[in-house]
Design a protein around this ligand. Structure first.
Ligand code: RB5
Length: 144
């Protein structure tokens, strides 16, 4: 499984936490930047990660910005992407169980390291429940 990871400058430090967790947990990953803490525009990195997932180059993605909101809005513009902000580990579990999210987004400014690590654990160890949730996920389509 190859995981695409990206952030903006606000998420840069916690991106290192994510990469370290993925490495410790035995996942392959692709760091899609940025590669230093200089100021960048979050849609550029969100798009890179989202396109890698949508095109099947990576299985899923992790994105970080100040709130997680900017990267999630941007990633969700790419067809086939279901990016969810996880504020806590329970959000991460439900994002997989109910929404089959293929990208998880974190706030670097309002989340701590332990929360991010537990959320990653939950997200990667939880399965989509399907059933009534599949029917709803099928309805998530661009409509205009
Ligand atoms: C950058 O200052 C900040 O706006 C960005 O990281 C993010 O929070 C946007 O949603």
């Amino acid at each position: 499984m190859n995981i695409a990871v990206g952030s903006d400058h606000a998420g840069f430090e916690f991106k290192k936490t994510v990469l370290a967790w993925l490495e410790r947990s035995g996942y392959e990953f692709t760091d899609m930047g940025p590669y230093d803490e200089g100021s960048v525009d979050y849609p550029d990195y969100a798009r890179k990660v989202a396109k890698a997932v949508a095109e099947g180059l990576c299985d899923s993605g992790v994105l970080l910005c100040g709130t997680g909101i900017g990267v999630s809005i941007s990633a969700n513009k790419i067809k086939g992407i279901r990016a969810a902000v996880a504020c806590n580990p329970e959000f991460a579990t439900l994002a997989r169980q109910h929404n089959n999210a293929n990208i998880i987004c974190f706030s670097a400014r309002f989340t701590d390291q332990a929360t991010i690590e537990q959320s990653l654990h939950n997200w990667f160890s939880t399965d989509f429940e399907g059933g009534r949730h599949q029917q709803r996920v099928n309805k998530i389509e661009p409509c205009c």
